[in-house]
Design a protein. Sequence first.
Lengths: 197, 197
Amino acid sequence: MPGTARRGRRPGAPDTRADILEAARALFAEQGFRRTTIRAVAGAAGVDPALVHHYFGSKEDLFVAALALPVDPRQVIGAALAGGADGAGERLVRAFLSVWDDPAYRPHLLGLVRGVLEPEGHRLLSEGFLPAVVLPAVDALGVDQPERRMALVASQVAGLILLRYVLEAEPLASMEPDAVAAVIGPTIQGYLERPLP
Amino acid sequence: MPGTARRGRRPGAPDTRADILEAARALFAEQGFRRTTIRAVAGAAGVDPALVHHYFGSKEDLFVAALALPVDPRQVIGAALAGGADGAGERLVRAFLSVWDDPAYRPHLLGLVRGVLEPEGHRLLSEGFLPAVVLPAVDALGVDQPERRMALVASQVAGLILLRYVLEAEPLASMEPDAVAAVIGPTIQGYLERPLP
């Protein structure tokens, strides 16, 4: 009986990992990243908090795992920003396109976007992905006002996703990646570096 | 019997205008702006095409009426771009914010955005609002590659709507309009003027 099984601690059950991820995703969506604790996730999944740490590592790791992304966005963003702020805008757009333009990833990513666009999913982006994944990468550049810069970068990238991939609006949908990087790269660069009000 | 009434021509019926708008919205959403004809809208609403012209004017006018926007976006965009390309980016962002930041308009606009985010509504933006409303305004600036510039402007504005108003992501959601115009204005300006690949 699954109802009974859920209540006990089941360190060896084969679907324990899946139960934890499901509980994590629900809590992150409901309460945002900051207010969600490993303890609360463990409680919702009916397991010991230590097991959550054992399986998934840090809360950031658990959050990324709960999104079930095809690649770890921290590695993609981290690699693009590793060379410092100079040229980071264009590198970031190229890294982003290399993932999104891959037909193997696209359906899965579109499913995630649809989830975020549902009211129940808003916080996965606004209070999850942005502060837990994007902000640390921007902050690592050592720029001022990292939250504001993160939000501006996110606004351009979100619009690009919406028009190029979700709505498939032309001519943006079929523009060559090089051309997209050449025109949107400087925007991202400006948001990362330009003096802000 | 509404079923029977729909088939005849009802020039005087009080809900004829509403029927025409409903038919127009459905057809624009299904087929996009270019492939939708006044004749097809009239046929779906069970009225004479001349009546559609009489009530709503051009196909562009009918499209804007079918969106039931609180303001005519052609006037807002036109006024912002009327001074020519110089400074148009910031004027466009300010005009946009003056509508979206108005609490009287917000709920209605959010409803429209939700409709566009549904798969059935995608074409209202990608094959409706962009080519029928935004493109003519960009084209009137006399710039090269107006379609590409329109799509780039739309990508930044769409992302701003998504983060500031739909997801209410901080710090963008509560940033002062002046600050938003100061940082996003130059992006729009670049998309309108910068040499493109």
